[in-house]
Design a protein around this ligand. Structure first.
Ligand SMILES: O=C(O)CCC(=O)C(=O)O
Ligand SMILES: [Fe+2]
Length: 171
């Protein structure tokens, strides 16, 4: 599987049921309004209570979490959260200061929307309350299959870590 650069035209070339669309993603960003602080505190707590002891690391900085809404037809093509493929060299380059990615899922009642890790030959159907964390680099290329019914929401967050292990968190 070869990931493509972020610079993709928003043109649909295939049916709803696969990831062969040229737009990088089709998702909606949910306006968090008065809940933004609560979401940020929740995510900070998750990093502190789960990520730090598991990865033996310390948080350095945290981006404001996003909440993504996937309605029917929404999808996210395979991508790495911190790295981009340089089309000239064919090599992955770290372009964003992110070490760990966090996904927290909010819904049960939808179809499609599986999270796929093409390089790991692994996919999972998120359910409400499921928490996933993984290193943000190209080893953990991931994407979301099109949702075919209902709505799927995900809290998405990325953090940078302190210290020498920050470039590549052990899996
Ligand atoms: O919605 C998901 O399961 C993944 C979202 C994602 O990969 C991202 O926002 O970077
Ligand atoms: Fe991602």
């Amino acid at each position: 599987m070869v990931a493509e650069s972020h610079a993709q035209p928003a043109r649909v070339v295939a049916g709803d049921n696969d990831l062969r669309k040229t737009a990088w993603r089709e998702t909606e960003l949910v306006e968090q309004g008065a809940y933004a602080d609560e979401v940020l505190n929740l995510v900070r707590r998750i990093y502190r209570d789960y990520a730090e002891p598991f990865y033996h690391c310390r948080l350095r900085s945290l981006e404001s979490p996003h909440i993504l809404r996937y309605s029917s037809g929404s999808y996210y093509r395979p991508h790495a959260d911190s790295d981009q493929l340089n089309p000239d060299t064919g090599r992955w380059e770290k372009t964003l200061d992110r070490d760990l990615s966090l996904l927290l899922y909010l819904d049960e009642d939808y179809e499609g929307g599986e999270l796929v890790f093409p390089n790991l030959d692994f996919e999972i159907r998120p359910c409400a309350g499921m928490l996933l964390m993984f290193p943000s680099d190209f080893r953990y290329l991931h994407g979301v299959r099109p949702v075919s019914r209902g709505q799927r929401h995900a809290v998405v967050s990325w953090c940078a870590l302190q210290g020498p292990r920050k470039q590549r968190v052990a899996s």
